[in-house]
Ligand binder design. Sequence first.
Ligand SMILES: [Fe+2]
Ligand SMILES: [Fe+2]
Length: 318
Amino acid sequence: MLDKKKWIQIRNSNLKYYEEVELYYKSPSGNIVIYKPEGMKFDDKSLDKKYIDDLYIQPKDKIKCLRAAQKGFSEGLVSNIVKHDTGKVKNELVNLVDETLSQPRSGGLETAPGLIDNIVSGYSSQPDVVKNLARISFTDYTTTIHSINVMALTIGYCFYNHMTEKETKEFGLAALLHDVGKTEVSGEILTASRGLTDLEFMQMKKHPTIGFDILRYTGIDLKVATEGALEHHEKLDGSGYPEGKTKISDCGMLLGIIDCYEAITNDDRPYRSAMQPMAALQILKKDVDKGKYNKKIFETFAYSLTDFDRSGKYKDFF
Ligand SMILES: [Fe+2]
Ligand SMILES: [Fe+2]
């Protein structure tokens, strides 16, 4: 067995970002052997292509690779935004966020603020592209795609609500990282298509606290991000978790609403199909009426989705 702390497997689709680092492969006898030295290009004739789907880097090169991926992503993002190619923008994002979240404690999160910079500037130049990111449905569901959707919806809310660019970036970052604590909950619990046992549910309910700890540990002590991670499952009537708080920060409240909206509109669960936006908003509205969510934040979020102003088509909804 490979020691996962010593070797990180890389994603084939991101190969182009690994030219500047040493790469390794697993020989048939199970030993780790150098595949290419730092700086060697992938089109070098001496490279044996049969190992290209199963290559490894050392943890010390992880940040360097993420930075290269981020740079490549920024360049790709600009051209895909200009071309209005939402699908490609989303694919690039999924790869990068997946890598960033895969090992949050070993430094992956360092590149997240730069990622948000790019998204927010992309949004101001071509709002349709970023807005549509949250509307593309994916057949599989992971914390990565959910996090990207929640981020895109949050940035849409911030723009609709005329928040400053600084606030928008902070909220976007908080949204992207709100479920980072799930990276330490077992995959079996996260993807279970059955009801969870009491013990499993207890594990699941720890993810806000774990997320808060990870952000503090990795030096992301931005208040909206730590509050967002800790409070996005709290409800104003005290029925939420992990603490049953009744005073919740604006970011925690907004992320709670968007988190729930995203979960019911994304076609993610095998045992039920996704709901249409209006039906999802009706469900959330019931919880607003029960005193679980802040009414004003909910209404602003709903308007930010519809593209209609308050005098528009949906005014009777509220
Ligand atoms: Fe969560
Ligand atoms: Fe979430």
